[in-house]
Design a protein around this ligand. Structure first.
Ligand SMILES: Nc1ncnc2c1ncn2[C@@H]1O[C@H](COP(=O)(O)OP(=O)(O)OP(=O)(O)O)[C@@H](O)[C@H]1O
Length: 657
């Protein structure tokens, strides 16, 4: 018999109810709350932690196990030299503006966005349309900074201009944001005071390693550098071959200027990152066929620069085939990520892939797409998928002089023209003395293009400057260095792999999942239901007993023992409230199944099982019900399929229904 279905979309989303339920049922809460809290730091409670652990388990299964990735767990405290080399010390910054009188700080792009959105909202109000307020939290969480809207009608051309700016708000540089602040007379929304020009604020938390204070470190802002600095070992572990991927789940820290929107912009969060190393001349993926028919919702960069946000539905195969997504490997990860997010319960209708615009993308990146998930806060980046080219491995290799490169035996040897460098060792040593080795290494380390430039200059001008890592420039002449073309037969190829990086913000995904799973029954709007897929639900089975009779309590104990043995998380609700209330309370935790023990259980060994979304109930022998639950939890059957094996229960219905 088919199980009843429920139309969740018919119920209106109530954010206030969801927020109070998440706090009441301790999914997560502000850290140090009894001390007043600090913006951007959160603690996860029992349900939030279990939900996160289950999502991460799915992630490990979906990527690490399924794709045979090499898992890492690298240190969080990172040597400053590593982050200098990667560019984070200089560039990992956001733009902030200050109130010119009281020094209050805003993140520049967020402020421009909030003010323009508030003006558009005011325009809508003036036209009789109502929307929510835009809110930022201040640092001590004592007050909310509100950008209030006033019902003022805008010119149609202004509306179009604001919408166009908002569609590409991530694309502005600091000076451009400054121009927007001036052009649109944006002031501090709380005081009305003028704002300073945007200045950069580095987002990393700095620290010292050891007591001397000489070794500088930072809490890592991403896990990626831990992969790159271990590349040589990983390559060796993989028998010297690419492609392969490393993966890591761990904490990252960013001293956000303005934490806001709950878990969406915090200062400490869990990331799950993959670095897939690939031959730059061959970015095909061996398993591309498995995802080529996955449909993505794409928002390409050329649409955004026109100030538009319309999307197209396209298969991964077509997106790569038409050159919209740069290469197969990047397309492969977009497809796999779409599958992962929907598998854990993200609504595909509220999921899109947005391509980075030119200013948004790092200069070295070949292509970059964000998975954005829509929630009550709008479209939020939750996973970034970037082709980072050879940048990371090259900069670490140059800085450390370690060859972070792949040596690949060629199937058929090839004849190539190369530039050969010969030094007059004696004359070179006499001229440069202790610097001779450094200059020689710098010249032999030049790539073919730079070597050709040096040769051209020596041929033409008879002298050329060579800049070494110490910043000094040394003049060399053709009598000291001879560069000549030669023909060689190569048996090996030597290259720096390119890196394709999918980077997941787990907190953002969790929060989006909570919103997408939340609804309320028509009969009991104050109590919500979280319709998590079984695989991520924090607790899989609620066990309740109709009475405190010791015979029933004994069976409850037996049931929990058997579920534990199956590895299934269960929870007994032995409070004194009605069974219907117990069900309703556990709907709030997203528990998909409820098993009820009653006097029939004592007599003939049967229990009832109830499904959370449909509230339909079935009856069966204990072991049949448990094996059904086991199959459901393993994902081998769905409720409609599983219920067919049991009998419909026609007893008393839930109070909550
Ligand atoms: N402050 C934060 N709080 C929670 N998650 C974050 C935060 N910053 C980044 N993330 C998550 O980490 C992922 C990878 O980080 P990435 O550096 O690509 O983000 P980002 O582009 O800096 O994000 P944003 O532009 O929103 O600040 C993001 O997709 C997001 O899910």
């Amino acid at each position: 018999m088919a199980a009843a279905t429920v139309n969740k979309s018919a119920h209106e989303f109530d954010k206030g109810n969801l927020d109070s339920m998440l706090t009441r049922r301790f999914f997560f809460a502000p850290a140090f709350e009894i001390y007043g809290g600090v913006a951007g730091l959160y603690d996860y409670g029992p349900t939030g932690s279990a939900l996160q652990a289950n999502v991460l388990n799915e992630w490990r299964r979906h990527y690490i196990i399924e794709e045979d990735m090499l898992e890492l767990d690298t240190t969080i405290m990172t040597l400053s030299e590593v982050l200098k080399t990667s560019g984070h010390v200089e560039k990992f910054a956001d733009w902030m503006v200050k109130d010119s009188k009281n020094g209050e700080i805003y993140r520049a792009d967020h402020l421009v966005e909030a003010v323009l959105e508030a003006r558009l909202k005011g325009d809508k109000e003036a036209r009789g349309i109502k929307l929510d307020e835009v809110v930022e939290e201040d640092d001590k969480k004592k007050k909310k900074k509100k950008v209030k809207s006033t019902a003022v009608k805008l010119e149609d051309s202004e509306v179009a201009e604001y919408e166009s700016i908002l569609a590409q708000i991530d694309n502005y540089t600091g000076p451009q944001l400054g121009e927007l602040v001036r052009k649109f007379n944006i002031t501090n929304p709380t005081t009305g005071n003028e704002l300073t020009e945007p200045v950069e604020f580095n987002l990393m938390f700095e620290s010292n390693i050891g007591p001397t204070g000489h070794i500088k470190g930072f809490l890592r802002p991403e896990t990626a550098q831990g992969h790159f600095v271990n590349f040589a070992r990983l390559l060796e572990f993989n028998n010297g071959k690419v492609p392969f991927a490393s993966a890591q789940i761990g904490r990252s820290f960013r001293n956000e200027i303005a934490p806001r929107q709950g878990l969406l912009r915090v200062r400490e969060f869990t990331m799950a990152e993959i670095e897939h190393y690939v031959d730059p001349l061959d970015k095909r993926h061996a398993r591309f066929n498995e995802v080529k028919d996955v449909v993505l919702t794409l928002l390409a960069k050329d649409i955004q620069v026109q100030g538009r946000t319309d999307t197209v539905q396209m298969t991964v195969g077509d997106a790569v085939g038409q050159g919209i997504v740069d290469n197969e490997t990047l397309g492969y990860f977009l497809g796999r990520t779409q599958l992962f997010l929907t598998k854990i319960g993200i609504d595909p209708k509220r999921l899109r892939c947005r391509q980075h615009m030119a200013n948004e993308m790092a200069h070295y990146a070949a292509d970059c797409w964000d998975f954005e998930i829509q929630s009550s806060y709008g479209w939020i980046e939750c996973v970034g998928c970037a082709d980072r080219s050879a940048y990371d491995l090259t900069v670490h290799s140059v800085r450390t002089k370690q060859p972070l490169r792949v040596q690949q035996r060629l199937e058929t040897p090839r004849v190539v023209e190369k530039l050969d460098v010969q030094f007059d060792a004696k004359a070179f040593g006499m001229k440069f003395k202790k610097d001779a080795a450094t200059i020689r290494n710098t010249i032999t380390g030049l790539d073919e293009e730079r070597l050709q430039c040096l040769k051209d200059e020596l041929d033409k001008a008879g002298v050329s400057g060579v800049k070494c890592a110490d910043g000094k420039v040394y003049e060399v002449t053709p009598d000291l260095v001879k560069i000549n073309p030669i023909t060689v037969t190569e048996h090996m190829r030597d290259f720096t792999p390119n890196v394709i990086e999918p980077s997941f913000g787990i907190g953002r995904i969790l929060y989006s999942l909570l919103e997408h799973s939340y609804w309320a029954r028509e009969q009991d709007k104050a109590r919500g239901v979280l319709s998590f897929p079984v695989n991520v639900a924090p607790i899989k089975v609620l066990i309740v007993s109709i009475s405190n009779d010791p015979k029933l309590t004994e069976i409850v104990y037996e049931l929990t023992r058997k579920l534990r043995k199956l590895g299934i998380a269960s929870r007994v609700d032995d409070s004194s409230v009605s069974i219907g209330k117990k069900y309703a309370r556990n709907d709030e935790l997203g528990t998909p199944f409820g098993i009820t023990v009653d006097f029939a259980t004592v007599q003939n060994g049967t229990v009832t099982i109830r499904e959370r979304d449909t509230t339909s109930q079935y009856i069966g022998k204990i072991d049949d019900v448990l094996s059904t639950v086991d199959e459901l939890v393993k994902g081998n059957v769905d409720w409609a399929g599983a219920a067919g094996k049991l009998e419909v229960y026609s007893g008393v219905q839930d109070v909550a229904e």
